[in-house]
Ligand binder design. Structure first.
Ligand code: TRP
Length: 376
């Protein structure tokens, strides 16, 4: 989607994103207090990303819950395009997926789109590069603690037979002109790019194919992927399947807060799951955009602005799930009692604690690969 000030497509997010505008442009539904209440009836206390509106929009959640209440359980589908190392922006969505999976006791299918990244990204010369990244990324996904009894991972090039067979009828119903208008493609896009969306649609119906009956599907994803699923939702009912429901989050900002989204193309403003405590400390202290005042005296007198402060935003979105603690941080920062450096120190501690656990688990992840991967 193009706008004067920002762009959001599955391959490009730039500028300050206006999330209210995106809802209108994409045509998704806001998550209302009524919907939250309905979810809470099934899950118990809501995840902080729902309470705080990080996951803020959806398609067909009420339908999905209607089915769930009738005993027609859904499965979860999400994915990862392996274009580089995993950073905090990615795990935000997946931590929520894990919560959903546990709260609704569902299975989860994780699609790793090495084909997509090979086709769309000029930096990759061979499919081995994207395949190797797929495996590396999967180790991070496993290290997040998903239950292998309920979680399956498919790598597109390894599961080509399943995917291609199921993608064919989907591709047959999507015209070139739909792809052009949905993704902004032109005559210079390559053939693989044009076909690709049909591959991303498959996991939304694959349980129905396998079980030979329609199974509802919920896709949690960052809002930039919506154009794919808008196309899927048009096509799948024509083939006799349900439309997949979706629940979508806003982006996790990079340290400088300049762009809407943490991005690997700006390594200094992203924190990777492999970063050391020292690197984390250095990056946050040096780059995290501060809503504090220029001098100590001014800060004590005027207070800081948490709304634009990246350290505060990271705590709100991810690292401080406790509402009371977050409120105290916000109040103290606004009043000037809490300094920028102190806020950063608190965040650094939280980030490093998260990464420590993750890195320990990742060392054991390779032995678990076979339990997660689906073979064709
Ligand atoms: N296209 C996504 C990416 O570039 C990967 C992906 C595939 C995905 N299927 C998905 C993401 C479903 C979210 C939900 O990262």
């Amino acid at each position: 989607m193009n706008d004067d000030s920002f762009t959001v497509t599955p391959w490009d997010v730039t500028g300050p994103v206006d999330y209210a505008k995106l809802i209108k442009k994409f045509g998704t539904e806001p998550i209302t207090p009524e919907l939250l209440e309905r979810i809470e009836k099934h899950t118990g206390p809501l995840h902080h990303m729902l309470r705080r509106g990080i996951f803020y929009t959806h398609r067909d959640m009420n339908w999905l819950l209607d089915e769930y209440e009738k005993g027609n359980k859904f499965y979860l589908y999400t994915g990862r395009g392996p274009s580089g190392s995993i950073h905090l922006g990615h795990v935000v969505t997946w931590e929520f997926v894990k919560w959903l999976q546990e709260a609704f006791d569902t299975t989860l299918l994780f699609q790793i789109t090495d084909d997509e990244k090979f086709l769309f990204n000029h930096k990759f010369k061979t499919t081995k590069e994207t395949y190797d990244l797929a495996i590396e990324n999967i180790l991070d996904i496993i290290a997040m603690g998903f239950d292998h009894n309920k979680t399956k991972i498919m790598i597109d090039t390894d599961n080509a037979k399943t995917l291609y067979n199921a993608a064919l009828p989907i591709a047959k119903k999507i015209t070139f002109s739909t792809v052009k208008s949905s993704f902004g493609f032109t005559n210079s896009n390559n053939l693989g790019e044009i076909f690709y969306t049909s591959i991303q649609a498959v996991p939304a119906i694959i349980e129905s194919v396998w079980q030979k009956k329609n199974v509802p599907c919920l896709i949690p994803h960052a809002i930039d992927q919506d154009p794919h699923f808008r196309v899927s939702r048009d096509v799948l009912p024509k083939l006799g399947y349900y439309k997949p429901a979706s629940i979508q989050n806003s982006f996790f900002p990079g340290l400088t807060g300049e762009d809407g989204k943490m991005s690997s193309s700006k390594a200094d403003t992203a924190i990777y799951l492999t970063d050391t405590p020292k690197q984390v400390k250095k990056k946050i202290n040096k780059y995290a955009f501060s809503g504090g005042q220029a001098t100590l005296e001014e800060h004590r007198k005027l207070g800081g602005n948490p709304d634009i402060d990246i350290s505060y935003q990271w705590l709100r979105q991810f690292f401080e799930p406790n509402d009371d603690k977050l409120k105290k941080i916000e109040d103290d920062y606004r009043s000037g009692a809490l300094l920028s450096g102190e806020l950063k120190a608190y965040l650094i501690e939280k980030v490093n604690a998260y990464l420590k656990t993750h890195q320990e688990r990742k060392e054991k992840a390779r032995d678990q690969l076979d339990k997660f991967l689906i073979s064709d």
